[in-house]
Design a protein around this ligand. Structure first.
Ligand code: WT7
Length: 640
């Protein structure tokens, strides 16, 4: 890239070939965002065109009203007309000696049609919810698309979530069917996923389970309500008529952490999500016919939905899906994959970049990564040092780095500079996507001045892919997103500022959410689980900085009675165990402290902010509002 006054711009050569190279696109979109989005929507396949582009009924809104379409038809049928035998999905298994699996668009089309028929045979109808608890294997793509083909609403639950975390999500959506697998590999060991699934469905409405045979490990198989995927598929027809859906019908639900203990089901819809997923992917990753796209994110997260799978398909691209961890069995496995398939577009999280960096650039230099054209980052702020390392050592100073800001709720990327336009600035996400209006507000609700930090908000007409609700919980929808600055302003819960060029830098969250290795976890959900399962009178979880993971949880517990040193150690162990059980290994705490009191205000609110500051070494500020300032001294001692 070319560097001018601290900003980076794409090389002429890159720019010439880019799908979007002229910054006039921003002006055009700004003049009429609705016309702009309508133009993009024109490139999606609709069975019936919309009659009105946008309707705002705060805090609700709709896009492409009365338009009719089917999502899987856009991902598959449309591509087999022009690129039937083009490779869609390249699946790289974790074991290096196992063969990859390739699916052309036609292969995928037939598999999806068959599984759609299978779902129908199992009694699944339009609007029914289907739980998917699968690892990174091709069947997860097939299962998700098959749901969209018949108008069923999928809810994918991250396969490394614990049975307990699976259960609370299933209890909320009330699925009758769960699709899972016998097991999967994680860094060489075999995880018995079926056992977790069996445990997780207890106390839910799940009646049947379809089980993919991935590992052939020995599992408990109950013939009465378990069905093997391959048995079910062997008798299905190759074609299933796509169900024509309304633009505003739900497409999927995905759970994400919220400020309270209970996760919330974010609802995305057929029309708006499709338009946004297609075009953000196409322009931000400059997707062209001969590209090989690789997004490392697990399908259990929104990045896994939108960019590991759906956007490449909507754009008829070839994409890599990797079953394992990027540093297994060797730390440079990710480089080997880029080299093996000639990956052109690589999308990962800062936590992975920091890990790669730690292994050293010599490993990277052993590989030919010259196929790379664009690098992406997502999930948390990327620091300048990691940005520069990624830029120099991985992208050879040639690839634009799209630092993409978005959320589970936004469905697709909403802030990042476009690769053929720029400018890029290390640690800044960049400019809002054309047609989307952001602002940074101070506590009075007024726009902040340049460089002044404030709340990041989205203004009408928002974006077609922004969530339409929290599953069965309108109160929570209103309270979380439309309460702080009124019903016309979407509250992101992020703190940000703009520089003089209008580039946005997102600093972090303003709520109790923490980002562990790019994953959004709720400290409230952990606290809830600890207080429910252990004999503690109080507990608080805060996120503290971690060199690789960005943040890690630290737990403070106040036991309900005085404990001996030995019993304290036992309690610490139980806390770790309970967190693993309640959430999963991703929430593994960095440290557990057993203390006799927690800093509180006079009204009884636990001051997590103070506890956080104890770790960063920041000034603690005025402690006089605390009801029990002496508790801070105890914490200080415990931390030593
Ligand atoms: C939160 C959303 C976006 C898909 C994966 C995470 C943080 C996300 C960036 C970025 C700084 C970022 C924000 C946001 N975040 N991308 N490029 N720079 N912060 O989705 O789990 O819903 O988390 O991740 O805090 O609100 P999510």
């Amino acid at each position: 890239m070319i560097k001018k006054k601290g900003l980076y711009y794409p090389l002429e050569d890159f720019k010439k070939k880019a799908l979007v190279k002229n910054k006039s696109i921003y002006k055009e979109a700004k003049k009429s965002p609705l016309k702009f989005w309508e133009k993009l929507a024109g490139d999606v396949f609709w069975r019936k065109k919309w009659s009105k582009v946008f309707k705002h009924d705060p805090p609700y809104f709709k896009w492409f009203l009365n338009g009719k379409l089917n999502f899987s038809e856009n991902c598959l049928d449309r591509n087999i007309e022009t690129a039937k035998n083009k490779v869609a999905l390249i699946w790289e298994p974790e074991p290096v000696d196992e063969r990859p699996r390739y699916f052309t668009y036609f292969d995928l089309y037939r598999e999806v049609n068959r599984f759609a028929n299978a779902l129908k045979e199992l009694g699944i109808k339009k609007g029914d919810k289907v739980g998917i608890y699968l690892p990174m294997i091709p069947e997860v793509v097939i299962a998700m698309l098959a749901c969209t083909r018949i108008g069923a609403v999928h809810s994918v639950i991250f396969s490394a979530y614990s049975p307990q975390a699976l259960k609370v999500r299933l209890q909320d959506t009330q699925e009758k069917l769960l699709i899972t697998a016998d097991g999967y590999y994680r860094a060489g060991s075999v995880i018995d996923l079926k056992k977790n699934a069996d445990e997780g469905i207890k106390g839910t409405k799940v009646k049947k389970m379809v089980v993919v045979k991935r590992m052939g490990n020995s599992i408990k198989f109950n013939k009465r309500n378990n069905i093997w995927w391959h048995d079910l598929m062997s008798k299905q027809d190759d074609f299933c008529e796509p169900r024509v859906m309304d633009s505003e019908d739900p497409l999927f639900v995905l759970y994400t952490s919220g400020s309270t203990g209970k996760p919330k089901g974010v609802v995305h819809t057929c029309g708006g999500y499709t338009v946004q997923a297609k075009f953000t992917g196409k322009w931000i990753f400059d997707i062209k016919d001969d590209d090989i796209f690789w997004s490392m994110s697990d399908v259990g997260w929104i990045t896994g939905h939108t960019y590991s799978i759906y956007s490449p398909l909507l754009n008829g691209a070839s994409f890599v899906m990797f079953e394992g961890a990027p540093n297994w069995p060797e730390p440079d496995r990710w480089c080997s994959i880029i080299e093996k398939y000639g990956v052109t577009t690589f999308y990962t999280a800062p936590t992975a970049i920091r890990m790669f960096q730690k292994y050293g650039e010599d490993l990277v230099k052993k590989h030919d990564l010259s196929s790379l054209q664009i690098l992406g980052s997502v999930g948390e702020p990327i620091d300048k040092e990691s940005w520069l390392w990624y830029f120099k050592e991985v992208g050879n100073k040639k690839c634009p780095i799209v630092d993409t800001w978005w959320q589970t709720e936004t469905g697709g990327i909403l802030i990042t500079s476009l690769p053929g336009v720029g400018p890029f600035k290390p640690s800044f996400a960049g400019l809002p996507f054309p047609g989307v209006k952001f602002d940074v507000l101070n506590s009075k609700g007024k726009p902040c001045s340049t460089e002044e930090k404030g709340d990041l908000v989205i203004l009408p007409p928002f974006a077609p892919g922004l969530l339409r609700g929290v599953y069965k919980n309108p109160k929570r929808y209103k309270k979380t997103y439309w309460n702080q600055y009124g019903e016309n302003t979407y509250f992101t819960s992020d703190i940000a500022y703009k520089d003089k060029n209008g580039l946005i830098r997102v600093v972090g969250r303003s709520d109790d959410m923490i980002k562990v290795a790019g994953h959004r976890l709720s400290t409230g959900e952990m606290e809830d689980f600890i207080s429910k399962t252990l004999l503690v009178s109080e507990c608080a979880v805060v996120g503290i900085p971690d060199e690789i993971k960005g943040e890690m949880p630290v737990v403070f517990v106040v036991p309900s009675k005085k404990l001996t040193e030995k019993k304290k150690e036992d309690l610490k162990k139980s806390v770790v165990e309970q967190i693993k059980k309640g959430i999963g290994p991703i929430a593994f705490p960095k440290e557990v402290y057993v203390v006799s009191d927690l800093p509180k205000t006079r009204s009884g609110k636990i001051m997590r902010r103070i506890m956080k500051k104890l770790f960063s070494g920041e000034e603690l500020g005025d402690l006089s509002t605390l009801a029990n300032p002496e508790s801070v001294d105890e914490l200080k001692k415990a931390l030593k």
